[in-house]
Design a protein around this ligand. Structure first.
Ligand code: SF4
Length: 359
């Protein structure tokens, strides 16, 4: 019998399973057709141990949408995009937060919870965007464009956030820039993702310039930077054209870190949260997500009545570092603790709080 929405075990059942056998059985049902059973047999044991230890330590596990499917469906108490997980980390009562995501996300949780221990299972889980800009770059831009507010994508390290006026995610980038235009600013520095900045400028009808390019003083402008997501920049317009030929009726959802030409050919552009909502609520013959490829697997497991085209193999090497083994080691050895200088925490808090206030 095919698994339907109603017979699918939910993630909470897996989190609360009372034995390894029950964990494995539920994971097999939830991940049928997504993860080979032989892999689940080994991973179920780890997941059960993690869930037990998590309760003993009064810990909460946050899992980003790009976690591999066996981890994503078995141990996080909450899953979501950066913005959702930031909101949850700001409210949690747990003593300990384990962030199954990359370094900048765990740093954001630390900034919002300076008194709590924040753990990241893999210390070297970076991000090409976060590494693409330094605090000194932001200081130089501020002196080149005096008075222009700095909006930093949440995919930045804490010292860059500390130099910024607002943070944003792909889910509220346009809302943050629109808010600043409404306050009378006609230039906004938007860092570091060039494509997200270009796509936001396009959506709002603004001019886009890079720091060495001339600005038309008559039009409001977004001043961007040259960093890119090393995963999303790999999608090309040919991929969209070929997918439509190969999979008739496919609806293509693109992340706004993709090139503007790719976005122009997609049916919908949005954050991973917006993609989840779209697949959940909009009927289509099949869906293709132009984003990190674990997300397609995770939605295929979540919505077995939907057909996901899982044609991509674009895995983020940083997200891929977060494993169940390392998550268990993280809880056992309280590693790796996120530490930030107090003055950076203090200065980075304001732009994050402002981001959380703007929907
Ligand atoms: S998918 Fe791109 S933006 Fe996300 S962590 Fe990986 S490199 Fe960074």
């Amino acid at each position: 019998m095919a698994v339907t929405k109603n017979t699918l075990p939910d993630r909470a059942a897996i989190l609360n399973a009372r034995s390894v056998e029950e964990t494995v059985r539920l994971m097999k049902a939830r991940l049928a057709g997504i993860v080979p059973e032989i892999e689940i047999a080994a991973k179920g044991e780890l997941a059960f141990e993690i869930n037990q230890l998590k309760r003993q330590r009064n810990a909460v596990i946050l899992g980003h949408n790009y976690m591999e499917p066996a981890l994503y469906h078995s141990v996080p108490d909450y899953v979501g995009d950066s913005l959702e997980l930031s909101r949850i980390s700001a409210k949690t009562e747990a003593d300990l937060i384990v962030f199954c995501g990359v370094q900048f996300m765990a740093e954001t949780a630390k900034i919002l919870n300076p008194q709590k221990m924040i753990l990241i299972p893999a210390q070297k889980a970076g991000c090409s965007l976060a590494e693409g800009i330094k605090a000194e770059d932001v200081r130089r831009l501020k002196s080149a464009y005096p008075g222009a507010p700095v909006v930093s994508y949440v995919n930045t390290y804490a010292d860059v956030k500390a130099e910024s006026d607002y943070c944003c995610t792909s889910g509220n980038a346009a809302a943050v820039v629109r808010y600043l235009l409404g306050k009378g600013h006609n230039r906004v520095i938007f860092l570091p993702d060039e494509y997200l900045a270009r796509n936001t400028a396009h959506d709002l009808g603004l001019q886009f310039v890079l720091p060495d390019e001339p600005i038309d003083p008559a039009k409001p402008a977004i001043i961007g930077w040259r960093a890119r997501c090393e995963v999303h920049e790999l999608y090309k317009t040919e991929d969209v054209i070929n997918a439509r030929k190969q999979f008739p009726g496919v609806v293509i959802l693109a992340h706004p870190e993709c090139h503007p030409d790719v976005i122009a050919l997609a049916d919908m552009a949005g954050s991973t949260k917006q993609m989840v909502e779209y697949v959940k609520n909009v009927d289509a013959p099949r869906y293709l997500l132009l984003t990190e490829c674990s997300m397609g697997d995770n939605l295929a497991a979540e919505f077995p009545h939907r057909e996901m085209v899982r044609a991509c193999s674009l895995r983020c090497k940083h997200m891929n570092l977060i494993t169940l083994q390392d998550t268990l080691a993280s809880l056992q050895n309280l590693q790796y603790q996120v530490e930030l200088p107090p003055d950076i925490i203090q200065r980075a808090r304001l732009p994050i709080d402002r981001m959380l206030e703007i929907k």
